[in-house]
Design a protein around this ligand. Sequence first.
Ligand code: MSP
Length: 520
Amino acid sequence: MKQFFLSTPIYYVNAKPHLGHAYTNIVADAVTRFHRLCGEDAFLLTGTDEHGDKIAQAAEKQGMSPKDFVDSVSAEFQELLPRLNIANNRLVRTTDDAHKRVVQTFLQKVHDAGDIYFADFGGHYCYGCERFYTEKELENGLCPQHRTTPEFLSEKNYFFRMSKYLPWLAEHIEKNPDFIRPERYRREALAMLESGALEDLCISRPKSRLTWGIELPFDKNYICYVWFDALINYISALSWPDGADYARYWPGEHLVAKDILKPHAVFWPTMLKAAGLPLYNHLNVHGYWLSRATKMSKSLGNVVEPEDLCARYGLDAFRYFLLREMHFGADANFSETAMIGRINSDLSNDLGNLFSRVLSMLAKYYDSRAPEESGKRKADDTAIAQLCAAALQNYVQLFSTMQFALALEALWELVRGLNKYVDSQAPWALFKQGNTARLATIVLVLLTAMRKIALCLWPVMPETAHRMLAQLGQRTQRNSAPVESLEAEITSFEGPAAGTELAPASNLFPRIGVKNLRSP
Ligand code: MSP
């Protein structure tokens, strides 16, 4: 069995999770489920990033100890996972003892190899980013992320000899066009490397300034820079160096948004190289969800809460909308009106209607049992079988390259094609005429294609796919893939066995009235 490993970023616990965090986790879950559906042994990792200045400051503001504070916010992130139906295999916390030990082993290894040195240092420190900026990286003297004036700090610190590996990294990215994808982020990473602004990485903070972190194994007076600590989660969660999961799943894939491209495209591969570990296979980078065309922020009052939307519209409709609306890599604007539009058109009118009309015909004509095939297929029927094979083929190809919006669009060609097929074949007229042989062929073609649609949708809408399959007479386990190999379903077109019991009715996605609309 082929192994597949995917990680999300580990989230800071200084604020509550919002739509952006939910999106990354839903994409990660859908991709992992997709690989399970293709017969792979797929492992999903998520977690929380709990060290550093920002967290220490947030804890102090709440009048809590850092540990009590991170425990409570990490719990909030963890509670959100089942509510979004995220089937992660592990959740890593950077305050776990096991993670701390791995970070120290990694640091010692790089230190022993001579790639960590101690030096005097003066730099522009941004507390928001928790990192030093070089003169060249600042924009008009300001932090390019936060637009604030960084503080100039002068102190002795430990450095990772990152500059030594930058030419090698540029060559690796050049030679492996999908190492960082989509293309725009690969180019952005190359531009960073070519700019000359990158230097060695300061990887320590003196304890006199910050104590909330992992102590350096070679100097008790320093703790590890939060990004160096955080990136190592991807292998500490797999129990590097000796763990069975590390041997089984590494190297894998990462999923992040564009805000954290640099640490993942530059710091992490050079760290892996310095420690003598294999590099990840792909870094998949998505864009930002905007609200009212700007970045979501508490002060603007435009933060979109995932829980609230799920409660009002249903989790699967929400998951579908996020994957259908955002073109992976580009930014997207979140609009509740657009979401209602998609639910009503794609889910209610197209998909829901298909299931509802076909199952109610079967209830009326066949007492909700699959009939026996008794006539030959005609050209219209083979055209549907071909449309089905093409839709599945495209779906698999597009989904496996993270093009979810296009994959779903390809599948909807089949959904719409089936609705048209019902209209043009008019089974109700055949029933009136008593043409039962032809009628049976048509409903069997429909049931066969509808099952394929349900299978394809399992990664995106697991609960709905489970219900759709149950309505079609296929019992499935809630959290395991409904078939062994989706690829094998592309070429086959086998209908249900005669007598299979079907649901008498289906009401998957009731239409939503616009009166439900509230502004975010
Ligand atoms: N702790 C670091 C990551 C360390 S990974 C070794 C961090 N945490 S974060 O809480 O700020 O999470 C950033 C991530 O949250 C983004 O990369 C993205 O996955 C998700 N998003 C946060 N806001 C988002 C949007 N508005 N839109 C889409 N995703 C966003 O950075």
